[in-house]
Write a protein that binds this ligand. Sequence first.
Ligand code: BEZ
Length: 228
Amino acid sequence: MPGMLLGDIVPNFEADSTFGRLKLHDFLGDSWGVLFSHPRDFTPVCTTELGRAAQLSPEFSRRNVKLIALSVDSLQDHHGWSKDILAYNNAESGSEFPFPIIADAGRHLVETLGMLDPEEKDQTGMPLSARCVFVIGPDKKLKLSILYPATTGRNFDEILRVVDSLQLTAHNRVATPVDWRPGDSVMVPPSIPEQEAVTLFPAGVYTRDLPSGKKYLRYTPQPKPHQE
Ligand code: BEZ
Protein backbone atom coordinates (compact mmCIF):
# COMPACT_ATOMS: atom_id res chain seq x y z
CA MET A 1 0.00 0.00 0.00
CA PRO A 2 1.55 3.33 -0.98
CA GLY A 3 2.08 5.81 1.81
CA MET A 4 3.99 8.98 2.55
CA LEU A 5 7.27 9.64 4.30
CA LEU A 6 8.07 12.66 6.45
CA GLY A 7 9.28 15.44 4.18
CA ASP A 8 7.27 14.26 1.15
CA ILE A 9 5.07 16.85 -0.56
CA VAL A 10 1.47 15.89 0.20
CA PRO A 11 -0.29 15.42 -3.17
CA ASN A 12 -2.35 18.38 -4.35
CA PHE A 13 -5.47 16.24 -4.72
CA GLU A 14 -8.91 17.53 -5.62
CA ALA A 15 -11.97 16.17 -3.83
CA ASP A 16 -15.59 16.87 -2.95
CA SER A 17 -16.11 18.05 0.59
CA THR A 18 -18.83 19.49 2.79
CA PHE A 19 -17.28 22.91 1.96
CA GLY A 20 -17.56 22.23 -1.79
CA ARG A 21 -14.90 21.10 -4.27
CA LEU A 22 -11.51 21.41 -2.61
CA LYS A 23 -7.96 21.38 -4.00
CA LEU A 24 -5.65 20.64 -1.09
CA HIS A 25 -2.81 23.14 -1.67
CA ASP A 26 -5.20 25.96 -2.61
CA PHE A 27 -7.38 25.25 0.42
CA LEU A 28 -4.36 25.34 2.74
CA GLY A 29 -2.79 28.46 1.21
CA ASP A 30 -0.07 29.62 3.66
CA SER A 31 -1.61 27.74 6.58
CA TRP A 32 -0.57 24.55 8.26
CA GLY A 33 -2.98 21.65 7.78
CA VAL A 34 -4.19 18.64 9.75
CA LEU A 35 -5.74 16.06 7.42
CA PHE A 36 -7.28 13.16 9.33
CA SER A 37 -9.19 10.10 8.19
CA HIS A 38 -12.05 8.15 9.74
CA PRO A 39 -13.30 4.61 9.18
CA ARG A 40 -16.98 5.48 8.63
CA ASP A 41 -19.74 8.04 9.16
CA PHE A 42 -22.38 7.48 11.86
CA THR A 43 -20.01 5.40 14.02
CA PRO A 44 -19.48 5.98 17.74
CA VAL A 45 -15.72 6.54 18.13
CA CYS A 46 -15.54 8.72 15.01
CA THR A 47 -18.39 10.87 16.32
CA THR A 48 -16.56 11.55 19.59
CA GLU A 49 -13.34 12.33 17.72
CA LEU A 50 -14.95 14.77 15.28
CA GLY A 51 -16.86 16.34 18.18
CA ARG A 52 -13.60 17.01 20.01
CA ALA A 53 -11.89 18.29 16.85
CA ALA A 54 -14.82 20.70 16.34
CA GLN A 55 -14.51 21.94 19.95
CA LEU A 56 -10.76 22.51 19.48
CA SER A 57 -11.18 24.10 16.05
CA PRO A 58 -10.68 27.72 17.39
CA GLU A 59 -7.40 26.56 19.00
CA PHE A 60 -6.21 25.15 15.67
CA SER A 61 -7.26 28.37 13.86
CA ARG A 62 -5.33 30.44 16.43
CA ARG A 63 -2.21 28.51 15.36
CA ASN A 64 -3.00 29.08 11.66
CA VAL A 65 -3.89 25.40 11.18
CA LYS A 66 -6.75 24.28 8.93
CA LEU A 67 -8.48 21.03 9.82
CA ILE A 68 -9.74 18.65 7.12
CA ALA A 69 -11.48 15.35 7.89
CA LEU A 70 -11.94 12.52 5.42
CA SER A 71 -13.99 9.34 5.37
CA VAL A 72 -15.11 6.79 2.84
CA ASP A 73 -18.77 7.84 2.76
CA SER A 74 -20.86 10.13 0.57
CA LEU A 75 -21.24 13.89 0.86
CA GLN A 76 -24.89 13.38 1.76
CA ASP A 77 -23.89 11.14 4.68
CA HIS A 78 -21.25 13.67 5.79
CA HIS A 79 -23.84 16.48 5.89
CA GLY A 80 -26.27 14.33 7.92
CA TRP A 81 -23.53 13.10 10.25
CA SER A 82 -22.21 16.67 10.85
CA LYS A 83 -25.61 17.53 12.36
CA ASP A 84 -25.34 14.53 14.71
CA ILE A 85 -21.83 15.60 15.76
CA LEU A 86 -22.98 19.16 16.50
CA ALA A 87 -25.86 17.75 18.57
CA TYR A 88 -23.42 15.43 20.40
CA ASN A 89 -21.39 18.58 21.23
CA ASN A 90 -24.55 20.36 22.46
CA ALA A 91 -23.71 23.08 19.94
CA GLU A 92 -26.05 26.06 19.72
CA SER A 93 -28.85 25.56 17.18
CA GLY A 94 -27.92 26.96 13.77
CA SER A 95 -24.18 26.23 14.34
CA GLU A 96 -22.20 25.23 11.27
CA PHE A 97 -19.69 22.41 11.33
CA PRO A 98 -16.37 24.29 11.43
CA PHE A 99 -14.20 22.41 8.92
CA PRO A 100 -14.65 20.36 5.75
CA ILE A 101 -15.18 16.61 5.61
CA ILE A 102 -13.95 15.05 2.37
CA ALA A 103 -16.13 12.41 0.69
CA ASP A 104 -14.01 9.52 -0.56
CA ALA A 105 -16.72 6.94 -1.21
CA GLY A 106 -14.60 5.41 -4.02
CA ARG A 107 -11.66 5.01 -1.56
CA HIS A 108 -9.33 6.53 -4.15
CA LEU A 109 -7.73 9.04 -1.76
CA VAL A 110 -7.38 6.75 1.24
CA GLU A 111 -5.65 4.23 -1.02
CA THR A 112 -3.30 6.80 -2.59
CA LEU A 113 -2.40 8.33 0.78
CA GLY A 114 -1.92 4.96 2.53
CA MET A 115 -4.77 5.51 4.98
CA LEU A 116 -6.52 2.13 4.58
CA ASP A 117 -6.69 -0.41 7.40
CA PRO A 118 -6.65 -3.86 5.75
CA GLU A 119 -7.81 -5.46 9.03
CA GLU A 120 -11.01 -3.39 9.35
CA LYS A 121 -13.71 -4.19 6.77
CA ASP A 122 -17.26 -3.00 6.09
CA GLN A 123 -20.28 -5.33 5.63
CA THR A 124 -19.28 -5.96 2.01
CA GLY A 125 -15.69 -6.90 2.90
CA MET A 126 -14.18 -3.63 1.68
CA PRO A 127 -11.34 -2.25 3.88
CA LEU A 128 -12.12 0.92 5.84
CA SER A 129 -9.85 3.87 6.42
CA ALA A 130 -7.72 3.81 9.55
CA ARG A 131 -7.46 6.77 11.97
CA CYS A 132 -4.64 8.49 10.17
CA VAL A 133 -3.39 12.04 10.93
CA PHE A 134 -1.14 14.03 8.61
CA VAL A 135 0.23 17.35 9.82
CA ILE A 136 1.18 19.39 6.74
CA GLY A 137 3.48 22.42 6.85
CA PRO A 138 2.96 25.68 4.92
CA ASP A 139 5.52 24.26 2.43
CA LYS A 140 2.99 21.41 1.83
CA LYS A 141 5.43 18.84 3.20
CA LEU A 142 4.41 16.07 5.58
CA LYS A 143 5.69 17.05 9.04
CA LEU A 144 4.15 14.27 11.13
CA SER A 145 1.96 11.23 10.67
CA ILE A 146 0.03 9.16 13.21
CA LEU A 147 -1.77 5.91 12.42
CA TYR A 148 -4.30 4.33 14.81
CA PRO A 149 -6.60 1.37 14.15
CA ALA A 150 -10.38 1.89 13.95
CA THR A 151 -10.91 0.58 17.49
CA THR A 152 -8.71 3.23 19.20
CA GLY A 153 -9.83 6.86 19.23
CA ARG A 154 -7.19 9.57 18.95
CA ASN A 155 -6.42 12.35 21.43
CA PHE A 156 -6.91 15.74 19.77
CA ASP A 157 -5.25 17.58 22.66
CA GLU A 158 -2.14 15.59 21.73
CA ILE A 159 -2.50 16.67 18.09
CA LEU A 160 -2.63 20.29 19.26
CA ARG A 161 0.44 19.66 21.43
CA VAL A 162 2.44 18.20 18.54
CA VAL A 163 1.45 21.17 16.35
CA ASP A 164 2.89 23.46 19.04
CA SER A 165 6.12 21.45 19.01
CA LEU A 166 6.31 21.33 15.20
CA GLN A 167 5.75 25.07 14.89
CA LEU A 168 8.32 25.86 17.59
CA THR A 169 10.98 23.54 16.14
CA ALA A 170 10.34 24.81 12.58
CA HIS A 171 11.64 28.25 13.64
CA ASN A 172 14.16 27.40 16.37
CA ARG A 173 17.00 24.88 16.53
CA VAL A 174 15.52 23.09 19.54
CA ALA A 175 13.74 19.81 20.29
CA THR A 176 10.88 19.20 22.73
CA PRO A 177 11.25 16.48 25.39
CA VAL A 178 8.77 13.89 26.58
CA ASP A 179 5.36 15.28 27.55
CA TRP A 180 6.52 18.81 26.72
CA ARG A 181 3.92 21.55 27.05
CA PRO A 182 4.20 25.13 25.72
CA GLY A 183 6.23 27.17 28.21
CA ASP A 184 8.31 24.22 29.44
CA SER A 185 12.06 24.19 28.83
CA VAL A 186 13.19 22.67 25.54
CA MET A 187 16.25 20.62 24.62
CA VAL A 188 19.38 21.51 22.71
CA PRO A 189 19.77 18.90 19.93
CA PRO A 190 22.96 16.79 19.88
CA SER A 191 24.01 18.30 16.50
CA ILE A 192 24.75 21.69 18.15
CA PRO A 193 28.30 21.93 19.59
CA GLU A 194 28.72 23.32 23.13
CA GLN A 195 30.26 26.63 22.06
CA GLU A 196 27.57 27.28 19.43
CA ALA A 197 24.85 26.47 21.99
CA VAL A 198 26.15 29.24 24.26
CA THR A 199 25.70 31.88 21.54
CA LEU A 200 22.50 30.36 20.11
CA PHE A 201 20.72 30.30 23.46
CA PRO A 202 21.52 33.50 25.38
CA ALA A 203 18.85 32.60 27.97
CA GLY A 204 21.22 29.85 29.13
CA VAL A 205 21.91 26.16 28.65
CA TYR A 206 21.54 23.87 31.67
CA THR A 207 23.11 20.42 31.54
CA ARG A 208 22.01 17.48 33.71
CA ASP A 209 24.90 15.46 35.07
CA LEU A 210 24.73 11.77 34.18
CA PRO A 211 26.72 8.69 35.28
CA SER A 212 28.26 8.39 31.79
CA GLY A 213 29.77 11.88 32.19
CA LYS A 214 28.40 12.70 28.74
CA LYS A 215 26.83 16.15 28.50
CA TYR A 216 23.93 15.42 26.15
CA LEU A 217 20.97 16.29 28.38
CA ARG A 218 20.95 20.01 27.69
CA TYR A 219 17.96 22.26 28.40
CA THR A 220 17.24 25.87 27.54
CA PRO A 221 14.17 28.03 28.24
CA GLN A 222 11.60 27.87 25.46
CA PRO A 223 12.22 30.54 22.80
CA LYS A 224 9.32 32.90 22.08
CA PRO A 225 6.90 31.21 19.63
CA HIS A 226 6.85 32.56 16.07
CA GLN A 227 3.55 34.11 14.93
CA GLU A 228 2.37 31.64 12.24
C1 BEZ B 1 -16.18 3.73 15.45
O1 BEZ B 1 -15.96 4.84 14.98
O2 BEZ B 1 -16.77 3.58 16.49
C2 BEZ B 1 -15.67 2.49 14.74
C3 BEZ B 1 -15.62 2.45 13.35
C4 BEZ B 1 -15.15 1.30 12.72
C5 BEZ B 1 -14.75 0.21 13.48
C6 BEZ B 1 -14.79 0.27 14.88
C7 BEZ B 1 -15.25 1.42 15.51
